[in-house]
Design a protein around this ligand. Structure first.
Ligand code: NI
Length: 398
């Protein structure tokens, strides 16, 4: 984009900023869980209507998709925001803190929605100069697998008109406000979950030899699963196997006959991800067999590895630099082992998942995602809105 356009984008973003903060706080006050984002969906529809963007509601339940310049010639670029909140009791003292008991926007999806509405406003004001079509995708359920991205893609949000590039932002409290994190290649993990049931034989705590102690077997399994990362997979490939929940037992003097283990397996390589279930099975089966126990293993697929396309990421770098200078680019050195269903869109079309810096210790914006005190420096909204608009503009110009 020319300097003239960059200036306009920034100016509009700064102008609408107070309204976007208001919107973000409103969304923050009424957080909704995955696939239950009805109010947010209404609110977004209202905003799109106000600015004259045509949209469809009720996609994949609560999703909303708006389109700008529907009949204009040229490519189509998509921008995406997720809408769901988390089952967390908010522990902040803001006047706009959550009014929905036990639910909180603790991942910044309220900010993502505000930024995307902000970008829609900016691009609408510049619509005659925008060299193509822009889709605004508001997606339900990012937090709960199988997630909202997949059904949105299946519902055809990347088609008619066909989308040829897609971008999104996610808040990041490790990045200072004013900066945007970028990275190409594998950036977020394939995160899968599994349940293991260890079945032993109950009995009296004083006579372990008459039973098969599922607790002892389960603890061996928990230990041994760590050898998948340390001894089964090439050490140069990142793998995380975590058991986050262990359930079983009745009383101190009863040999437990059944333990349930709930875990997650995360990798950054598709081929490695494919190997994990077989290793799990091999290890659990060996241990249970030697103990005379049985097992059941349920392995659930998770979001795919999120791979940012190099060209789209470079384009984002140049848009950020044009808008806010080179210093605003924050190069993310390493991928993270968290999952993100934006990966599904990136499997279909090139694009990049950017990080929105929100960190500011003066405003207490220091807490990680999903923390009950999570908050953001709201100045990030004017940056995020402008960056989304700028990236869309540049993508369509290319
Ligand atoms: Ni999130």
């Amino acid at each position: 984009m020319e300097d003239r356009i960059a200036e306009k984008i920034k100016n509009i973003s700064y102008q609408i900023f107070p309204t976007m903060v208001k919107l973000r706080r409103e969304l923050h006050q009424y957080p909704e869980l995955a696939f239950d984002e009805y109010k947010a969906s209404e609110r977004i529809a209202k905003e799109l209507k106000k600015i004259g963007i045509g949209f469809k509601k009720g996609i994949a339940k609560t999703g909303v998709v708006g389109i700008l310049n529907k009949v204009k010639k040229g490519k189509t670029v998509a921008l995406r925001a997720d809408m769901d909140a988390l089952p967390i009791v908010e522990q902040t003292n803001f006047p706009y803190k959550s009014k929905n008991k036990g639910i909180m926007h603790a991942c910044g999806h309220d900010v993502h929605m505000a930024c995307l509405i902000g970008a829609a406003k900016i691009l609408t004001r510049l619509k005659d100069e925008v060299p193509g079509k822009v889709k605004f995708i508001f997606q339900p359920s990012e937090e709960v697998t199988p997630g909202g991205a997949k059904p949105m893609v299946e519902a055809g949000v990347l088609k008619n008109p066909d989308v040829s590039g897609i971008f999104a932002l996610h808040c990041d409290s490790s990045i200072p406000v004013g900066k945007i994190g970028v990275r190409e290649g594998p950036t977020m993990a394939q995160a899968e979950s599994f349940d293991i049931t260890i079945i032993g034989k109950g009995g009296h705590g004083a006579r372990p030899h008459d039973g098969v102690d599922a607790i002892v077997v389960a603890s061996q399994v928990v230990q041994a699963l760590q050898t998948i990362a340390s001894r089964k997979i090439n050490p140069l490939e990142p793998v995380v196997i975590s058991i986050g929940k262990m359930e079983g037992g009745y009383a101190r003097n009863i040999i437990c006959d059944r333990v349930i283990l709930k875990g997650t397996a995360r990798t950054l390589n598709k081929e490695v991800a494919k190997k994990v279930p077989a290793f799990l099975k091999e290890i659990i089966s060996g241990i249970t067999k030697s103990a005379g126990a049985y097992f059941e293993l349920s392995y659930y697929g998770g979001y795919p590895i999120l791979i940012n396309h190099p060209k789209a990421t470079d384009l984002a770098r140049s848009s950020i630099a044009k808008l806010f200078g080179k210093d605003a680019i924050f190069e993310i050195e390493r991928p993270v082992m968290g999952g993100e269903d934006f990966a599904y869109y990136l499997q279909k079309v090139p694009g990049s998942f950017l990080r929105l810096g929100i960190r500011n210790p003066k405003k207490n914006a220091i807490y990680p995602w999903h923390h009950p005190k999570f908050t953001v420096d709201e100045d990030a909204i004017k940056i995020g809105s402008a960056v989304l608009a700028g990236v869309a503009f540049d993508f369509l110009s290319g």
